[in-house]
Ligand binder design. Structure first.
Ligand SMILES: NC(=O)c1ccc[n+]([C@@H]2O[C@H](COP(=O)([O-])OP(=O)(O)OC[C@H]3O[C@@H](n4cnc5c(N)ncnc54)[C@H](O)[C@@H]3O)[C@@H](O)[C@H]2O)c1
Length: 340
């Protein structure tokens, strides 16, 4: 039996990230049966045989679906997610889960009260680098882990391209953390714990947004692991040439890992240096859709076989934790810069 999905939100990510994921060979056990967008032009983009709706509420009430995939943006997701949960649908929601930690909390509480099947799309959990790090951590190569650090610096498709308005909308909501929120989730996915303290400084690069487009976050989990994250959507955003940095460093008493991903290199290298083992692994590049396909398949498998089925997708509680860290970091960066 296939899990029937309705996709809500056919913007840039809905069209180019989520829609193609349903066609990936890894997207096993799922079928897209309905799509929804408030914009008719976006509905017309979809040529496959699915039901089409201009209203999310109508789609949730009428379409032949078991689940919805919400990709409308974090400022519009909460109401739609709550309607879908109340209608008994399983829900996958794009990151960031909501516009505020309070709304994310509301969703997580509703999911818990109803026992709903729910995932936040932190699809980087399915990437090769997480698989390698999990294996090294389980192998005990780091001893006690004390720190994890990330650099996630890119341009969000530039300030002067046809997608500049979309970039501006994302930055007005969460600044550099629209993408960096993946790393805030990765820290907890790898090392567990909940956020205890979060501080931050921001840089605005002369852009008009309230949250900083470029941010440096320092935080502590309640298991005493220190996290630092440099996240930017302003890095080479005003110039034609492109640079993209995606690095991770993990440090423990017995060893360290260095994962380096540079746009100019085209591939990522993962290096383990520990007392008992040294190893280097090359990771080829891949896109959003292939990881979303893995999430869809895993989600459908849990739906079919029950909540105890092993899975790694992010829960509503994980979505709340990432939202909380994001909100605290943005507030601190704004305060530290003397901005309102
Ligand atoms: N997981 C990832 O790596 C990843 C990558 C890119 C974007 N995203 C996330 O995906 C979300 C969407 O991003 P985007 O770039 O596609 O934004 P977008 O603004 O391009 O698209 C949003 C779409 O939702 C539609 N919409 C708005 N309100 C609606 C409603 N009430 N009912 C139905 N449709 C509605 C809009 O018409 C638009 O087509 C964001 O939260 C973004 O952060 C995630």
């Amino acid at each position: 039996m296939e899990m029937r999905f309705g996709l809500i939100g056919l913007g840039h990510h809905g069209k180019h990230g989520v829609l193609p994921a349903f066609d990936e060979p890894d997207a096993k056990g799922v079928k897209l049966t309905a799509v929804c967008d408030v914009c008719q032009e976006n509905l017309d983009y979809v040529t496959r045989p699915v039901e089409k709706y201009l209203s999310a509420e109508e789609m949730i009430a009428k379409a032949p679906i078991d689940a919805v995939y919400v990709a409308v943006g974090c400022d519009r997701a909460c109401g739609i997610v709550m309607t879908a949960l109340k209608a008994g649908k399983a829900v996958i929601c794009e990151k960031p889960l909501a516009a505020t930690a309070a709304d994310a909390r509301k969703i997580a509480d509703e999911v818990k009260a109803r026992g709903s099947l729910f995932a936040v799309n932190f699809e980087t959990r399915y990437g090769k680098r997480m698989e390698i790090l999990k294996k090294w951590i389980e192998g005990g190569y780091f001893g006690k882990i004390h720190a994890i650090q990330f650099d996630n610096l890119w341009d969000c498709h530039k300030t002067f391209t046809p997608t500049a308005a979309r970039r501006a909308h994302l930055l007005s909501l969460t600044g550099g953390l629209d993408c960096g929120i993946h790393e805030l989730d990765q820290a907890r996915y790898l090392l567990g714990g909940s956020w205890k303290k979060v501080r931050a400084m921001g840089a605005w690069f002369e852009e008009p947004f309230t949250p900083p487009p470029h941010i440096c976050v320092v935080g502590m989990l309640d298991n005493d692991v220190m996290i630092s994250l440099n996240a930017s959507l302003a890095f080479t955003a005003n110039i034609e040439p492109r640079e993209f940095v995606d690095n991770l460093y993990l440090a423990g008493t017995e060893g360290v890992a260095i994962i380096q991903g540079l746009f100019s290199m085209g591939e990522t290298t993962a290096r383990l240096t520990s007392r008992t083992k040294c190893e280097t692994i090359s990771i080829p590049a891949n896109g959003h859709s292939s990881d979303i396909a893995l999430l869809l398949a895993e989600f459908a498998n849990v739906w079919k076989n029950g909540p105890e089925t092993p899975h790694k997708f992010a829960s509503a509680e994980d979505g709340y934790q990432a939202q909380l860290a994001t909100e605290l970091a943005i507030q601190d960066a704004i305060e530290n810069a003397g901005r309102k």
